[in-house]
Design a protein around this ligand. Structure first.
Ligand code: THU
Length: 128
């Protein structure tokens, strides 16, 4: 699975984003160590604060399928924005050195980094 393949998987989910309030679709594709891909989309709610981000949906789906180790996540968002703080923390639980691929709404890779750069000195399972 190439980086561009992973971005394509995230692009394929983009139509499924449920964002009637923000009208700001975010989709993600998470690659597990075993080579499986799990997608996620943002799911908003009439009670706005209950909204869940695409990244956390992807992690939840993967964990529910028995995966706990991840190689990379591709995130598709307008202009290729980076994951929110809550999602950084959520991703850190499983893969602190996860590769993060940020792509724009056309599926073009805008930036690549790793989670430890986005969330330095993280609080994680080993902090307890
Ligand atoms: N959103 C995500 O899905 N992931 C992020 O990392 C940042 C924000 C969603 C939440 C909400 O539905 C919309 O983007 C606008 O904040």
């Amino acid at each position: 699975m190439t980086d561009q393949d992973l971005i394509s998987k995230a692009m394929e989910s983009r139509d499924f984003c449920y964002c009637p309030y923000s009208k700001f679709p975010v989709s993600a594709a998470l690659l597990s160590k075993s080579g499986r891909v799990f997608t996620g989309v943002n799911v908003e709610n009439a009670s706005y604060g209950l909204t869940i981000c695409a990244e956390r949906v992807a992690i939840g789906t993967a964990v529910a399928s028995g995966e706990r180790e991840f190689m990379a996540i591709a995130i598709v968002v307008k202009n290729g924005g980076s994951p929110c703080g809550a999602c950084r923390q959520f991703l850190n639980e499983f893969s602190p050195r996860l590769r993060i691929l940020m792509a724009d709404e056309n599926g073009k890779l805008v930036r690549e980094t790793t989670l430890d750069k986005l969330l330095p000195e993280a609080f994680g399972p080993h902090s307890l």
